[in-house]
Design a protein around this ligand. Structure first.
Ligand SMILES: Cc1cc2nc3c(=O)[nH]c(=O)nc-3n(C[C@H](O)[C@H](O)[C@H](O)COP(=O)(O)OP(=O)(O)OC[C@H]3O[C@@H](n4cnc5c(N)ncnc54)[C@H](O)[C@@H]3O)c2cc1C
Length: 389
């Protein structure tokens, strides 16, 4: 006979979204169990590029991203830990006239959502960042964007949730979820959790949870390939991206330059993503065109991780259409790190108030009705060449 736990809310997954939700729910006095199959933050939340970026997002996501942004200013105080958030600004580079036109159109659309972007011509951008490669023709600057340390954020939310009284269970893989009519039964090895409400925040594993409630979704794994150099004198003073998303670079204050390159591959046996050498080499070449000064930098580590990718590259956020008291939040398609803290608040609002002031209609799970099926276990890992971070 295993352990039995009775709580108001059970959360499958222990990423930033899940742990931020646990914090928000505890603030409302609800009892919470977070069930994470590895360690909290071991999924996409802990291995991502660390871009805290509003610029370049799908316009449907911008209101959430705008709401998330001020939360980052208060994270150190909230969590009691330094998450290394720095508003370095995010610069998106144009390498063609078409890119420049695209950036200008996006600037106008983003302004309508309250995000102020500044266009920079070739002279201005090269004057500010003299180390940029010659191919850069101009850029769009989002001064309020920045970067943070993903290895700290998710675990710090988990530690806070635990201090606030949440049951945070690591190494607890959820094997089955069911609605009994009066509530949920969540089963993991040696543990049965009974909960009045359930949150599906299991990242790339969320498709299986959704399918258990008759809501199969076309979620596929996305595994961007990441690299980091040895520490160098600090010079990449902004977080850098490009139109098309195939280069992204930032430098941490300690000196290491973090950059992305293509997609990784999936190690099915261990359920992990791994870096791909050929993709890493391609990523290095593309990055050198933008930051030639990295030519002699030594890459000391490469890695990958798995996020859930939706066909329209925006997440699923909102109530289940089949099951009362079930909320989904997954499928962030390679750009959910910046959103994490606000997703926690939105999950809490949906469970406590039954509604959220944020416009989540575009993220409804039933938008895939008719074309959805859970990703096959051996689905190829999506390359991230065109995913922006
Ligand atoms: C390499 C990489 C780079 C990225 N770069 C950026 C970036 O720069 N900026 C940005 O905004 N976003 C970025 N992203 C995306 C971002 O990291 C994710 O969208 C976000 O972290 C998703 O958070 P989450 O909490 O939904 O999922 P996760 O952090 O993946 O958490 C889900 C958790 O659920 C657990 N789980 C799954 N199934 C089960 C189960 N059955 N039982 C128990 N637990 C389970 C997993 O172990 C995992 O820890 C990147 C992603 C990757 C992979």
């Amino acid at each position: 006979m295993g352990e039995r736990l009775d709580v108001d809310v059970a959360i499958v997954g222990g990423g930033t979204a899940a742990c931020a939700a646990a914090v928000a729910l505890r603030r409302h006095g609800l009892t919470v169990a977070v069930l994470e199959k590895r360690r909290c933050g071991a999924g996409a939340s802990g291995v991502n590029f660390g871009g805290v970026r509003q610029q370049g997002r799908d316009l449907r996501e911008l209101p959430l991203s705008r709401r998330a942004r001020p939360l980052w200013d208060g994270l150190n105080a909230l969590l009691g830990e330094d998450v290394e958030f720095e508003a370095t600004g995010h610069i998106k580079l144009a390498r063609s006239e078409a890119d420049l036109e695209f950036l200008e159109r996006y600037r106008i659309d983003a302004a309508a959502c309250g995000l102020e972007l500044t266009m920079m011509g070739a002279d201005a951008v090269h004057a500010e960042l003299p180390w940029l490669g010659e191919k850069v023709l101009g850029a769009s600057l989002s001064p309020t964007d920045g970067q943070a340390n993903p290895r700290v954020v998710g675990p710090a939310f988990a530690r806070l949730a635990r201090r606030m009284g949440a049951e945070v269970r690591e190494h607890t893989p959820v094997e089955a979820v069911a609605h009994t009519g009066s509530g949920f039964v969540v089963t993991a090895p040696g543990l049965e959790v009974r909960a009045r409400r359930l949150v599906n925040a299991a990242g790339a594993g969320s498709g299986l949870v959704a399918a258990s409630f008759g809501e199969a979704v076309p979620l596929t794994p996305l595994s961007p390939n990441m690299l980091v150099t040895e520490p160098m004198p600090y010079f990449v003073s902004r977080s850098i991206g490009v139109c098309g998303g195939d280069v992204y670079v930032r430098q941490v204050r300690r000196g290491n330059v973090v950059f992305g390159g293509g997609g990784g591959w999936q190690d099915h046996e261990r359920g992990l993503a791994r870096p791909n050498d050929a993709e890493s080499l391609g990523g290095m070449k593309r990055t050198l065109q933008v930051v030639p000064g990295l030519a002699h930098a030594r890459v000391i580590r490469t890695w990958s991780g798995v996020d859930g990718q939706m066909p329209d590259a925006i997440p699923v956020i909102g109530p289940s259409r089949t099951t009362p008291d079930l909320v989904h939040a997954f499928g962030f398609s390679g750009h959910g790190f910046q959103l994490g803290p606000v997703i926690g608040e939105i999950i809490c609002e949906l469970l406590v108030d039954g509604a959220t002031p944020s416009p989540i209609e575009p993220f409804a799970i039933d938008r895939f009705d008719g074309l959805a099926s859970a990703a096959p276990a051996d689905a190829p890992v999506g390359g991230s060449t065109h995913t922006e971070h």
